[in-house]
Design a protein. Sequence first.
Length: 497
Amino acid sequence: MKSHNNGKKTFLVPEILFYLSVFAAITCFAMVQSYGEPPDEVNRFKVVSFICRHGYLPHGADPEVLLDGYGASYAFQPMLTYIIQGFLLRFLKLFTTDSYVLLVSARMVNVVFGVLMAYFVRQISRELWENPYLQWTFTVMTVFLPQNIFLHSYINTDSMAMLAVAVICLALLRAQRTGYDRKDCILLAVGIILCAMSYYNAYGIILAAILVFALNYVHIGKQAGTQTAHGAAAGKTGLWIEWGPLLGKGIFISVIVLAGISWWFIRNGLLYDGDIIAMNARRECSIQTATEDFNPLTRFTYLNAGIPLTDMLFGTSYITLVFKSFIAMFGAMGIPTHRLIYHFYGYFWLAACAAALFLPKRFWCPAEKSAWANPGKSLQNGGRKARLLIYIGMALFSLITIGLSIFYSYTWDFQPQGRYILPVLIPFMYVVTTGVQKLCGLLEKWISRPSGAVLGKLFCAGIMAYVLLAFLYSLFRCVLPYYSHIDGLFSVYQLIL
């Protein structure tokens, strides 16, 4: 019994260290950044400040929350994060009026979302791979991507969107082996609620989840039937649907989701003449309140200028900036990390994705007893169809997210920022880690097995070490020196409470 407890403690040590490290990393960013330095934090905080001061939600066109120059406001968009932050500050103001304490407290809401995302990513890794080295490689690459840490350190709704994607991915994976039991249906519903109440650019995961769930009950082949009087099985062949569980579990999930989000969309409908997502209302408000340079009717866009989409993508710095800011670009897109870090990530991701997509199993798969060849319990127990559904769903989600980002830059506002496509981080890192798995399998197959297995473990350890070093370099050599040279490091004089 004593040895069992010691083993359990040994297992918990890296888990505890991991979560403490994630918390410390995000908190460090949250505490050192000057107010308004992160992307559009000033305008986002207007909504938080309004809720804090008044105790209710603002109308999107309220003068107190309008964006200077751009017109409209973030109050038109889902703002559950801002609601939590606003009422938290309203409570804290009973005890302190220190602007720095209040600012960091608001940011800590996103810090918590970041730690929760790390927890769900860790659980996802266990569902995807049996090998602990692959589990940790996926986890560390996903969580400690510098831009991911940064995203959870300031006031935004992106952080909740990242958490929502992780929750939905875990629910879909576990459901492949549990058959969508009640626990996983509730988890899926919670993920959809968080996503719907966070950021529109992550809504693709909701469509993907609906598709994966529905197709799970659609079958092609012979349908099991009842026994006839002669003992033969009577059934249909072709396309058939399990209507009972599809409707029963679908309604169960839908009821929970509607209970969690309907109030917001009903509110929008009442405030904005039936516009439940408030996109048209936001545009009309922007037309009335924006300056000429940012007015939707007069502002420059590549679409209005008749410039082809290909010219925007390949004739500007769009792809380069999106790539770099997907990895690490802090502040208001003005604090890059070392150029070699971008080079490493670029070449490593390219090699790993190529291995994942194009390396046939016969070239890399070692002996069946090898842990490198074994998928996690969800992909293993779910069967071929379950894996295919997950792949299709994640591919659809990624295409929608990237497509929306490009569409927004082309038709509305040229914003080449990696944070707009960062929600695809988990499926992307799955592809990268699958490439790492195949490369480790190559080492074990082509070299003598003991040596090859050791090299594979060293390869995974080396990747994790580099990811952590790249993050630490970005923090201690880029972020901290930048803010240490700003006069009034913690000056938040613009904070209106």
